[in-house]
Design a protein around this ligand. Sequence first.
Ligand code: BEZ
Ligand code: FE
Length: 290
Amino acid sequence: MDLQGDDLTAAVVASFGDSPSDRYREVMSALVRHLHAFAREVDLTEDEYFTAIDFLTRTGQISTGTRQEFVLLADVLGLSMLTVGLGNRTPPGATQSTVFGPFFVEGSPEVQLGGDISNGAPGQPCLVSGRVLNTKGEPIPQALVETWQADEDGFYDVQKELDGPQNRAHLTTDADGNYRFWAVRPVAYPIPDDGPVGELLRAGGRGPMRPAHIHFMVTAPGYSRLITHVFAAGDEYLDTDAVFGVKHSLIADFAEHPAGTEAPDGSTPEQPYYTVDYDLVLATTEEAQQ
Ligand code: BEZ
Ligand code: FE
């Protein structure tokens, strides 16, 4: 009764004390202590409290299966990247992880090695290739490579009204660990900023832009799952990514080629095109746990 200040915090922490899960008690105790400490530190007013509740309510109301406003909120607050760092020990030589983002879709179409995943998406053709390797430099055959990216207008297929997927697919590596597909050259794009997260960015004087990138999720038996991007060198937003996802090791050159020149896959595109070659190096499950 009549609980206030530190006694109130202690009572809320203690109220979780009967949970059968040690982890649940640990997490809820820390959550309550840090939440109360935050309110004390900023001397939270009731007006600010109701503003925050309204913000979170609207964040939930705008969310759908394809509009993941809470994911965006975690991303712009750096929580996603913090969790990526806590959860992924990257052994020397393995490809670094970055943020998953809200635009992955289960069940993407399968594409054969060298196939075109753009499916009519606007943009300049881009041949994306590389090998999936282990940290000893050995190829990983039959690795599952899932990829997705925005088009030249800065939109993912799920943000547009389309009949089928564009710029997303999965393929498996060949005996030498090769992956290869045609897509469009990715461009920098704004994260959706017409909702509460956009308000938060503008109130903070922040921009919504992400530098151009291609998403990859790579899995193979015995290896730790890799979720990452390949960023385009020279992009003007590499140092100001709205979701803090850029790592230097993930930046690659997207080379421009004139129409009528032979591409590495032996084709001769009739329009200017780009190529990017980037090896994706997986840690074994043991390496990832050490
Ligand atoms: C993305 O790269 O798809 C993304 C990541 C975080 C927030 C919004 C978009
Ligand atoms: Fe993206």
